[in-house]
Design a protein around this ligand. Structure first.
Ligand SMILES: *Cc1c(COP(=O)(O)O)cnc(C)c1O
Length: 381
């Protein structure tokens, strides 16, 4: 039996043609496809600037490096992929977690307020599963203080804030990062991007993406000839290839379609699971267009007399793949050893994790796939 995975990319003939065209063109890196993808993404989300990079983790890294923060602390959610807080450690910030709001599963503004110290330099909310975090609350906390805000929007391309505006327009933040890993809503194979409205940050990101080198005549004091470049900062090679950019741009053109399909599947799941008292559905957002990356349910395993591994095995038996997002980051061995984090420190994130299970959600799911998932889940009890 074929298994419906929890997520999968949708690649069509247009995507294939876009990548092939680049392969037959003169430039495989640092060419027009990357610039075009950046312009498309900036326009799509409503930001002034966009820098495309090799992956979402590289986006987080140079975004944090480019903000040139003093040593101190960065606050984020334990309910994320390790990359969010790892990037803080890359730039010498101490990752500090603040607990989640159990209703939204996002970083709690109340817990974040309590975690603020004179050494707080950064707040990095993650729009978990695609639902935008409470950005106005974080913006208010940072106002008048030397605190930057980066949105980790790896799950949230296409989503709209509760108060309006598209995720990535940076109306509430210094910058927003995206990931185009194949499990995300659109893919570039691997890929990432930063959007910002800050011209200074944009210029630093361009340098940091490519070794800290510039060839821009406006930035060179004295160029003896056309070969000249200067390394003016310590940067990295985090460039996106032209093949990745062509795929990303082709996928971006399908974002509205992907979103509509995801929203239809989410609506059907809500309807089908509404009556189950042993299962908590993700928050609904009437009147707000959210592009959900994950459909995470919370199951009262004790109530149904099954462990999570037993439930995962039973669903797999019915051809339904599942996953768990996320093991709270503060419980990872490196965090325990390096920062002394311990179990019990973030009770809402840990209670959520104990019950969490991500069900299949991707645009290529057929209606029959969706019904197969529903039948399998309802059939657990
Ligand atoms: C996927 C993801 C990342 C990292 O992106 P990569 O492209 O895999 O490096 C960072 N944060 C979150 C929340 C993610 O889901």
């Amino acid at each position: 039996m074929t298994v419906i995975p929890y997520g999968r990319q949708s690649i069509d003939a247009e995507d294939e043609a876009a990548v092939l065209a680049v392969l037959r063109s003169p430039l495989l890196t640092q060419g027009p496809a990357t610039a075009a993808f950046e312009a498309d993404l900036a326009a799509q989300v409503g930001a002034r600037y966009c820098v495309a990079v090799a992956n979402g983790t590289a986006a987080l890294h140079i975004c944090m490096a480019g903000l040139e923060m003093e040593p101190g602390e960065g606050i984020t959610t334990p309910n994320t992929f390790v990359a969010t807080s790892n990037a803080m450690a890359y730039v010498g910030l101490t990752p500090v977690f603040a607990d989640i709001d159990p209703d939204t599963l996002n970083l709690s503004p109340v817990a974040t307020q309590a975690a603020l110290t004179p050494r707080t330099r950064l707040i990095a909310p993650v729009h978990f599963a695609g639902l935008p975090a409470d950005m106005p609350a974080f913006q208010a906390m940072a106002a008048g203080r030397d605190i930057r805000i980066i949105e980790d929007a790896s799950h949230a391309i296409g989503s709209e804030y509760a108060g309006g505006g598209r995720v990535g327009d940076c109306r509430h933040s210094d910058a927003t990062i995206f990931s185009f890993h194949p499990v995300k809503t659109i893919t570039a194979g691997e890929g990432g991007a930063i959007t910002t409205n800050d011209e200074g940050l944009y210029q630093r990101l361009l340098m940091l993406r490519s070794h800290g080198i510039t060839r821009d005549p406006a930035r060179l004091a004295d160029a003896p000839g056309p070969w000249w470049y200067e390394q003016q900062a310590l940067g990295f090679n985090y460039r996106m290839t032209e093949m990745q950019a062509a795929l990303g741009a082709s996928q971006l053109r399908k974002l509205d379609r992907f979103m509509a399909r995801r929203q239809a599947i989410v609506a059907r799941y809500h309807q089908a699971f509404a009556g189950l008292n042993w299962l908590v559905r993700p928050p609904e957002t009437p009147g707000q267009s959210v592009c959900q990356h994950l459909f995470v349910v919370q199951i009262d395993f004790a109530a149904i007399g099954m462990t999570r591994p037993e439930v995962m095995a039973a669903l797999l038996d019915q051809g339904v793949g599942t996953q768990v997002h996320y093991i709270p980051v503060h419980l990872q061995p490196w965090y325990r050893q390096t920062f002394g984090t311990v179990a019990g420190q973030y009770p809402a994130a840990e209670a959520y994790y104990d019950r969490a299970l991500s069900l299949p959600l991707f645009p290529a799911m057929t209606d029959a796939d969706v019904e197969q998932v529903i039948t399998a889940v309802r059939g657990l009890v």
